[in-house]
Design a protein around this ligand. Structure first.
Ligand SMILES: NC(=O)c1ccc[n+]([C@@H]2O[C@H](COP(=O)([O-])OP(=O)(O)OC[C@H]3O[C@@H](n4cnc5c(N)ncnc54)[C@H](OP(=O)(O)O)[C@@H]3O)[C@@H](O)[C@H]2O)c1
Length: 431
């Protein structure tokens, strides 16, 4: 294999520039590991004249995405534009139909269209490599598909969004509220101007869908996922959780039980401060897997950014240059099962409940009566803070119960006249 491996780069933003820098700076080790040199033939972005801080003068500027997708010189197209539909989807489809491998960091595209695109890739005898799409620089796709390939995977847990983890960490360390910390995260470039995808859990959900598909050999099914973000978490919740020995983290989890039931959820959860995942702070991500022979493994690293994302893209390019044409979801698409996904309501767990109520006698009795009505028993119960507005916080940790019963109990509590706000209900996950 002496010919160079020829690529086109679409998108020269954060990730695209990182890929060029890494390819230029580490050309020798990359060529040695790939068994041949990697050659950028053409690039494209929105604005040709923009100074990107890297020298792109040696590369052709493609006339359009369509042209790049059809360029007969290219072995692979590296898609670093983003977006899940329209132009970018047809760009990827055309490139696949023209026999080009795709390397992408685009979790949104794959979470929504991964199955159809994987079929299309197989039909054209090429692959879609997406290490960079899940948890940035953490090589979790390779780990699940290759390193753990002999195991039946029972569960995958993760902190899959660095923006949320940064916000929750800052809220805990500084005692500030969500909106305040989000503003700062936007100023520092850790959060987008429109933070919806991050703070409402959608970005983490895109990644979890891909992890679930790969771990369990099922079709990615974004629509089957219940998603809860972190906007409703207050600094008080974080403080009370801390007092109880827990951290609040946005946890993505997918599980497959022995009876074949599959469960996936994205939600803020309490995890013990003693757990490894509780120590994953700031913009870091972590993914923990459990396999039947290997038991537990966990990987932690930067979940986004120029360098970590480029690192994963280059790993995929090297793999392809070596001739490793991997199965996209670990098995041929025809063998992917359709999971009957269930949400967290089927779980049995302890929960944290925070109720803001009027600070007067009888309130606690009313709240406990509601829990009793739904057959939920209490492990601990603390009344916290007497606020200037005449309210008090009641913090409850339940005994283990079916999550749907605890949800029912909290609905009843919410209807009490003395309850001033929608209570916060969070699962306590024993990770
Ligand atoms: N940033 C991260 O840390 C990170 C981490 C993991 C995954 N990802 C994923 O990687 C992808 C790229 O992210 P990014 O942060 O690099 O985005 P970005 O900085 O916004 O860059 C997007 C690039 O796409 C170009 N572009 C936009 N529309 C185009 C079009 N119609 N045709 C050709 N080029 C077009 C832009 O051109 P101009 O520069 O001329 O505007 C820009 O160079 C996304 O799918 C994202 O979810 C990003």
């Amino acid at each position: 294999m002496s010919d160079s491996f020829k690529i086109g780069l679409a998108g020269l933003g954060t990730v695209g520039v990182g890929v060029i820098k890494m390819l230029q700076q580490n050309a020798d080790v990359i060529a040695a590991r790939a068994g041949r040199s990697i050659e950028i033939i053409s690039v494209i972005a929105g604005i040709k004249a923009k100074d990107r801080g890297v020298d792109i003068s040696a590369y052709d500027w493609a006339n359009s995405l369509e042209d790049m997708a059809q360029d007969q010189r290219l072995d692979a197209v590296i898609e670093m534009v983003g977006g899940s539909d329209g132009e970018i989807k047809s760009f990827v489809e055309t490139a696949l139909d023209n026999g080009k491998h795709i390397v992408t960091a685009n979790k949104a595209l794959l979470a929504h269209h991964g199955y159809d695109l994987a079929q299309r890739a197989e039909n054209n005898n090429v692959t879609i490599a997406y290490e960079a799409a899940v948890a940035g620089g953490i090589p979790i796709i390779k780990s699940l598909r290759e390193g753990l390939a002999g195991n039946k995977i029972n569960s995958v847990y993760g902190i899959l969004n660095g923006t949320c983890n940064y916000i929750l960490t800052e809220m805990r360390e500084t005692g500030r509220d969500f909106a305040d910390v989000l503003d700062e995260a936007q100023e520092k470039g850790y959060a987008e101007a429109d933070p919806t995808f991050d703070v409402d859990g959608i970005d983490a959900a895109h990644k979890l869908v891909l992890l679930g598909a790969l771990a369990f050999g099922v079709k990615p099914d974004f629509d089957a996922l219940n998603i809860e973000g972190i906007r409703h978490i207050t600094s008080k919740d974080i403080r009370y959780a801390d007092d109880l020995g827990y951290r609040i983290k946005l946890i993505g989890m997918a599980r497959l039980s022995q009876d074949g039931n599959a469960m996936q959820s994205i939600a803020p959860c309490l995890v013990s401060t003693k757990s490894a995942i509780a120590g994953v702070e700031g913009v870091f991500n972590a993914v923990q897997t459990n396999g039947d022979f290997v038991d537990q493994t966990m990987m932690e690293g930067r979940g986004a950014g120029e360098g970590p994302t480029a690192s994963s893209i280059l790993a995929d390019i090297i793999d392809l240059a070596r001739g490793n044409n991997r199965l996209i979801f670990g098995v041929p698409t025809a063998q992917l099962n359709t999971a009957q996904w269930q949400g967290a309501e089927v779980l049995s767990c302890q929960c944290y409940i925070h109720v803001k109520a009027e600070d007067k006698s009888g309130v606690i009795a009313d709240i406990t009566a509601c829990l009793k009505e739904a057959d939920v028993s209490i492990d601990s119960f603390i009344q916290r803070g007497h606020e200037d507005d005449g309210s008090a916080s009641v913090v409850i940790v339940t005994h283990e119960a079916r999550f749907s019963d605890i949800q029912k109990a909290v609905k009843i509590v919410e209807g009490l006249a003395c309850v001033l706000d929608k209570p916060t209900l969070l699962r306590i996950e024993d990770i």
